[in-house]
Structures are given as structure tokens and as C-alpha cells.
Design a protein around this ligand. Structure first.
Ligand code: ATP
Ligand code: MG
Length: 578
């Protein structure tokens, strides 16, 4: 392609609406444009990157026996009613009616549709295992679409669904996908980590891992062990109780004044006690049901764990101050577990009953109880792991101190079990003529999010630094002065020869100053730049510059095309792992 012809509108200024680097650079490099919040157009160079990621994904899915299909975006409500998800999915689902007033949605995911296909077409154990996948748009009316392609409302996902005879078969399919994902993200040139994840609302029998690209801008918090392979999303990371030392109080608990001290910090400071001697008590509301959650004052409540233990709820939230007032007769800052109504469920984190003594809210304005003994002074209905892990805590596998990091979730592998096959009656007949539900797994890769994640990890102050396997083009030929005949002709000749050798090349044939051309080339992130100028041509040479390292080599004009071809072939070969 000729740069003069490519629709590649680059911008010098950082667009005000873009918060994260990948979003800024994709707009500035002319790869995407916004149509509406969370909805984007891919321009030619952006689309080329997307297609390359798709192709890597496709090759790795095919290599594991995946078969590509294309499932509909517009899906009938009836199928979602069969699994009960029409009502559960909530406001994230884009819903629409046809002219006959029949209800549909734009697919946020495809378990229903694919299971419907399989129940119609699979009869016998001989047809299993089966792995079907597609690469297609997904629609989710996200509460906060943001960060460009990172969290869109229309985005591109690869979703694969596995159907097996039994759990052992599912384990094999799961392992295949786990390995395939490892290859996909390695081939995309990303630094990533598979982490243990929460099974959440999709529900299912067991394991799930998220593939996290490690980057400061990541929305997910993870902990990992520096000494072994343990890594987990903080939502999931198991917490062992770490008791605090201390003596139980001699006398009974007492009511004390704590004027205006509502937060853990304020109470700890006012009473002069460490935060780990306080009980943090929060009234929660899950779909209308109220319950009191207790953790030690120095810990954070993990709402995902709360939801899993007591729900799942469609809507779990802190009770409003009005509801707290109504139920417990005080402001949220003075809530505590002593003397709460009998019908209020009290759940406590594992560490709470181990506290030798505690300060708790008294359910009375400006008052707290001190010298409370959690084990005996108030009712706890359930003791569970309900808190957030913290960096420095021991690794559950090997005991080393955990570290924390931010991650971008680019993929997830998930053991579904028979949840959907049972609900939709996707069954097969086994060797003995017995009818059984298929055992399923589902496996998603955020293809468009992966494009953003690749930028989050590969950029500098001048722009994007594409890993060669997903770069829009491999090399840009820049004749520094199009008016100089020898320069122009040499540039054109090199460009033609590169194309003949199968190298993906563009030529910047614009009548622009070299500085402008170099800036654009760096911004777009072509891995290699060939600079053709009269000075080096005098020696029969051109400059070859590596975008990543900034290294410049002088190469003979005649040798340039083969030399570049060699670099690209090597990068793609190593990358494919052949
Ligand atoms: P998240 O927790 O980030 O909302 P999710 O767990 O709901 O994602 P999945 O249903 O597991 O997402 O979808 C599979 C993959 O699709 C995710 O791993 C992610 O890479 C991608 N993805 C999910 N939601 C979006 C979105 N709104 N925009 C872009 N990619 C997304
Ligand atoms: Mg996920």
C-alpha cells in the first residue's frame, strides 16, 4: 500500500476522551474511530491488526481440533428463557422486538445458541468430543464502557464450546484450550499469566482460569507467587486466617462514646487502638434480602466471595443509610453485631471469631462497644472466607510472600459441566444405550481487547511498537524526498521487491517533510523502517531502523529486500514455535 492512499488519519494531539495509552494511541495512530460510547469503527490499519490476531487464534483453535462455525448475533428470547438467563442477565443485555413483537437479544455470549445446535444434531457418543468455535461480535451494554477497545459495548470475541461425554473428557478439552491460549498470547508477543479465577455467574462445576496480560492499566487485581506457579484473581484468592495476638479482656464489654467517629480509621484513632482490634460491620442487601457481614477492621470485604457464599444475587449492594436506619436504628458508621434482630443473618470472616477482643459499633449514634469477645458476646450464623487477600500473605501452595499486580483479562477458560446441557436437554446416547447430558466447557478470548492489551505492553513516547506477528504491516519504506528522482525511484524499487518477496510493505510516497513521515511511522508502529536518502545512496546504501530498539543499520540497496525478508521470516517462525 501507498501511504498517500491509506485511510490513516493520524493525530498529533492526545484526544481528551482517552484515558489509557492504548485508547490514545489507537485514536492517534488512526486505527479506530468512535461511533458511540463503547462502539468503534476499525480503520484499514486497525483492521489488519485485528485480522492477524484472529488468524493466530484460528490456527491455534484448529490445531486442537476446534471447528469454526458462525452463530447468529440476533437470538430469540425463548432459548434464554429455557436456561433462565433471560431474567438473570439484567441491563447488560441489549434487547429488541421484531415487527411481530417477538423478543430477541443481541448475543452477549453464545452458550444457549450453541447448545441448541448440539441438541438438534448430536445423538451418539461417537460424535463426541466436539469443539465448536466462532470469532464474532458480542454485545454487552456495559455499565461503564471505557478505555476504548478494552471495555466496549460491541466487541469481538472468539468463543469456543466443548462437548464431552464425561468429566474426564472435559478435563482433556480444558487442558487443550489452556495450552492453546498459552500459545495464542505467546504468539501475539504478550507477557501474560494464567490465574485462578472466580466461577461467578456463568455457574459451573469447577475450574476456571483467566489469562491476564500484566499491565498497570489493567482493571483486574491479581496476586502471584514469585517462587511457584500460583497466581489468582484477588476475587478468587483463598485467604488463610492470620490471627492477631493478645489477651482476652477480664471484665464484660462496655459502651463508650465515640463522637463523630464513623470510619474504621476515625474509631481506631479516637480510641487509640490498632485497626485489627476493630470489627468492620456492613449491612448488605442481596436482591432485597438483608444480612450483616463482619471482617476485621484492617481487612476488606470481598463481595465476590460474599455473593458466592450467600447468593448468587442479581444485585448485591451495601444497604442504603435509610435501610440501615430502619433495620438497626443508626447510621451505617455505628453498625455492629451485638443485639441485632433475630431475623438478621450474621456472617463473619474466618478471622473474626479468632479476635481475642474487639471494638464494635453499638447500633446507636456516636457509640461503640469495647472489650467485646467475638467468640461469646454476639451471634455469628456462618463463618466463611469473606475477605480480600493482601500482598505479602503466604502463597497457599508454597508459603512464599505473595505479590500483587494489575492485569487485563484477555481470555478465560471455564468448566461449565452440565448446567446448559441439562437445561436445554443436550443429551447423547452412550455405549450402553444410556442417555446422558453432554459435559461442557466454554472458552473466550477478547480479540479486540487483546489488540488494546498488546499496545498497553508495547509502546514508547513516540507511539506503538507492534510485535511483528500482529503488526499492520512489517516494514515502511520512507523516501525522504519524493522530489529527488534517485531517492524516489530507489524507494519504489525496494517497495516492489519487498512485495515480491512476500514482505508486507508500505511506501510513504507523500510529499511531506521527513520529520512528518518519521513521526507517523513511529506512531503507527511499523516494526521496521527503511529510510532512503541521497546521503547514504551515494554509497549505495539505505538505513534500516528497528522500531523497538531504535537501532539503525546501513544495508546495501541490493541486499535490503532479502535481508528484511530474513528478519520477518525469522520472527514469524520463532513465533509459531516450528
Ligand atoms: P470482564 O470481567 O472483563 O467484564 P467477562 O469475564 O465478563 O469480562 P467473558 O464472558 O469471560 O468476559 O468473555 C471472554 C473475554 O471477552 C474476556 O476474557 C475479555 O477478554 C473479553 N471481553 C469481555 N467483555 C468485554 C468488553 N466489554 N469489551 C471487550 N472485551 C471484552
Ligand atoms: Mg471472564
Amino acid at each position: 500500500m501507498r501511504v498517500s492512499q491509506i485511510l490513516n488519519p493520524t493525530l498529533r494531539e492526545v484526544p481528551a476522551e482517552a484515558e489509557v495509552v492504548s485508547h490514545q494511541l489507537m485514536l492517534r495512530a488512526g486505527l479506530i474511530r468512535k461511533a458511540a460510547a463503547g462502539i468503534y469503527t476499525y480503520l484499514p490499519l486497525g483492521l489488519r491488526v485485528l485480522r492477524k490476531i484472529e488468524q493466530i487464534v484460528r490456527e491455534e483453535m484448529d490445531a486442537k481440533g476446534g471447528q469454526e462455525v458462525l452463530l447468529p448475533i440476533v437470538q430469540p428470547a425463548e432459548l434464554w428463557r429455557e436456561t433462565g438467563r433471560w431474567d438473570v442477565y439484567g441491563p447488560e443485555m441489549f434487547r429488541l422486538n421484531d415487527r411481530h413483537d417477538r423478543e430477541f437479544c443481541l448475543g452477549p455470549t453464545h452458550e444457549e445458541i450453541v447448545t441448541d445446535l448440539v441438541r438438534g444434531e448430536v445423538r451418539s457418543y461417537k460424535q463426541l468430543p466436539l469443539m465448536l468455535y466462532q470469532i464474532q461480535n458480542k454485545y454487552r451494554d456495559e455499565r461503564r464502557p471505557r478505555f476504548g477497545l478494552m471495555r466496549g459495548r460491541e466487541f469481538i470475541m472468539k468463543d469456543l464450546y466443548s462437548f464431552d461425554r464425561d468429566e474426564a473428557g472435559l478435563d482433556v478439552s480444558y487442558k487443550k484450550m489452556y495450552d492453546a491460549y498459552t500459545r495464542v498470547f505467546t504468539r501475539c508477543g504478550l507477557t501474560f499469566r494464567p490465574v485462578e479465577a472466580d466461577a461467578g455467574a456463568i455457574g459451573g462445576t469447577g475450574g476456571t482460569h483467566e489469562f491476564m496480560v500484566l499491565a498497570e492499566s489493567g482493571e483486574a487485581a491479581v496476586v502471584y507467587c514469585p517462587d511457584c506457579d500460583y497466581a489468582a484473581n484477588v476475587e478468587k484468592a483463598e485467604c488463610k486466617p492470620a490471627p492477631v495476638a493478645g489477651e482476652a479482656p477480664q471484665g464484660a464489654y462496655r459502651l463508650v462514646d465515640t463522637p463523630k467517629a464513623k470510619t474504621i480509621e476515625q474509631v481506631a484513632e479516637f480510641l487509640g487502638v490498632p485497626k485489627n482490634e476493630l470489627v468492620k460491620s456492613l449491612l448488605y442487601q442481596g436482591d432485597g434480602k438483608l444480612f450483616l457481614v463482619l471482617v476485621r477492621g484492617d481487612r476488606e470485604i470481598n463481595e465476590v466471595k460474599v455473593n458466592n457464599a450467600l447468593g448468587p444475587f442479581i444485585n448485591l449492594q451495601l444497604a442504603s443509610p435509610e435501610v440501615v436506619e430502619q433495620k438497626l436504628g443508626c447510621e451505617p458508621g455505628f453498625v455492629g453485631p451485638l443485639g441485632v434482630p433475630e431475623d438478621l443473618l450474621v456472617v463473619a470472616d474466618l478471622e473474626v471469631p479468632l479476635m481475642p477482643k474487639a471494638v464494635c459499633g453499638a447500633n446507636e449514634e456516636d457509640k461503640h462497644y469495647v472489650d467485646v469477645i467475638p467468640e461469646k458476646d454476639f451471634r455469628i450464623d456462618q463463618v466463611l472466607d469473606l475477605r480480600m487477600v493482601e500482598p505479602g500473605e503466604p502463597c497457599p501452595k508454597c508459603g512464599a510472600a505473595l505479590k500483587d499486580a494489575r492485569g487485563i483479562e484477555v481470555g478465560q477458560v471455564f468448566k461449565l459441566g452440565t448446567k446448559y446441557s441439562k437445561a436445554l436437554n443436550a443429551v447423547y446416547v452412550d455405549e450402553n444405550g444410556v442417555e446422558k447430558p453432554c459435559v461442557m466447557g466454554c472458552y473466550g478470548i477478547g480479540v479486540s481487547r487483546t489488540m488494546a492489551a498488546a499496545i498497553e505492553q508495547n509502546y514508547d513516547k513516540d507511539g506503538i511498537i507492534w510485535p511483528i506477528p500482529i503488526a499492520p504491516y512489517h516494514v515502511i519504506v520512507v523516501p525522504v524526498n519524493m522530489k529527488d528522482e534517485q531517492v524516489r525511484e530507489t524507494g519504489e524499487k525496494l517497495y516492489e521487491e519487498l512485495l515480491k518477496l512476500g514482505v508486507e510493505a508500505v511506501i510513504d510516497d507523500r510529499d511531506e517533510r521527513p520529520g512528518v513521515k518519521f513521526k507517523d511511522a513511529d506512531l503507527v508502529g511499523y516494526p521496521l523502517r527503511v529510510t532512503v536518502g541521497s546521503k547514504t545512496l551515494a554509497n549505495g546504501e539505505v538505513e534500516l531502523r528497528d522500531r523497538k530498539t531504535g537501532e539503525v543499520q546501513l544495508v546495501k540497496v541490493d541486499e535490503l529486500p532479502k535481508h528484511v525478508q530474513g528478519i520477518i521470516q525469522e520472527a514469524l517462525k520463532v513465533n509459531k514455535g516450528n
